[in-house]
Design a protein around this ligand. Structure first.
Ligand SMILES: Cc1ncc(COP(=O)(O)O)c(C=O)c1O
Length: 305
């Protein structure tokens, strides 16, 4: 099915505090964010008319902006309210929410604190991130030649647009090889993450996942760790070396877009879609729709209808 271009859709986009017709939400070609990557964003899902972990996403958006020295001209409460209103106006039961904040056109110098800051929020329908027919066997992953920059090289814990170029390249190169995604290593050669999701492994009844430090603090990652611990599963957050890839039994990805996606292959290594992966995927899909409640307090959802 042909994708409708994203600049040619019906609906409204929240832009700098006001709703504008979807097709009118334009930026000028001379925009700092476009030329220098001074832009941060979020990716969130609406399930049954509620934004899942909306507050956590807004907190991370502001943290990302701070890491890029971008002063957001709205409060967190204003962004929260704008997300809800945008989702309400879009009207979808299930949807994807994309807040984005970027430096504007007030200056085009590399250093441009006076460039101005602009914000937008768009909501659209986005069903599954990976082809659903691959869920039974798991997706196939390439090993990217690109390494995630470390904290000495970039504000690598920010969800910053500029950092995504290596993700786009890695994913496009993976797709050209018949894979659906790519595993990226960090600059020290440890496993980091996929191009738009975090990675988990199962071995001897326990879960292993790369420790935080070189990538964004995943909201789904934290949720899945909570779900695993609620089931009494031990979760090891640690440095994982590529040599270990052959020793794991199961593998899965987590992300707001990817949800919990089983992985069947990474390069020459194969994994089964085992009980633990399947269980955690089911738990996650129930949790986001309030069909499962964790013992610890769930963060408040934000209703959009
Ligand atoms: C590079 C990258 N890693 C990981 C994730 C998963 O993070 P989250 O679970 O917060 O969506 C995303 C998606 O936002 C991502 O783009």
């Amino acid at each position: 099915m042909a994708i409708i271009p994203f600049d040619d859709r019906d609906g409204e986009i929240w832009l700098d505090g006001e709703f504008v017709p979807w097709r009118d939400a334009k930026v000028h070609v001379l925009t700092h964010g476009l030329h220098y990557g001074s832009c941060v964003f979020e990716g969130e899902r609406v399930y049954d008319h509620e934004i899942f972990k909306s507050k956590e996403h807004t907190d991370r958006l502001f943290k990302s902006a701070e890491l890029l020295a971008i002063d957001v001209p709205f409060s967190k409460a204003e962004i929260e309210a704008a997300k809800v209103e945008t989702a309400k106006r879009a009207g979808f039961k299930d949807a994807y929410v994309r807040p984005v904040i970027w430096r504007g056109s007030g200056s085009m110098g590399v250093s441009a604190p006076e460039a101005g800051v602009r914000c937008a929020i768009a909501v659209w329908e986005w069903p599954a991130y990976f082809p659903p027919e691959l869920l039974a066997k798991g997706i196939k992953m390439d090993i990217a030649r690109w390494k995630r920059p470390g904290p000495q090289s970039a504000p690598c814990t920010a969800k910053a647009a500029g950092l995504y170029i290596i993700c786009s390249l890695a994913k496009e190169e993976a797709e050209a090889k018949g894979c659906q995604d790519a595993l990226m290593y960090d600059i020290e050669g440890n496993l980091a993450e996929a191009t738009g999701a975090h990675i988990f492994f199962v071995k001897d009844g326990a879960i292993h996942t790369p420790e935080l430090g070189n990538f964004i603090e995943g909201i789904t990652r934290a949720t899945v760790i909570d779900l695993a611990r609620a089931r009494g599963i031990t979760v090891h957050e640690r440095k994982i070396k590529p040599e270990e890839l052959g020793s794991f039994e199961q593998c899965f990805l987590t992300g707001s877009a990817a949800e919990v996606t089983p992985v069947g292959e990474i390069g020459p290594n194969s994994y089964t879609v085992g009980e633990m992966t399947t269980q955690l995927r089911e738990d996650y899909l129930k949790l986001v729709r309030r069909q499962l409640v964790l013992e610890q307090d769930l963060p408040p959802r934000v209703a959009v209808s």
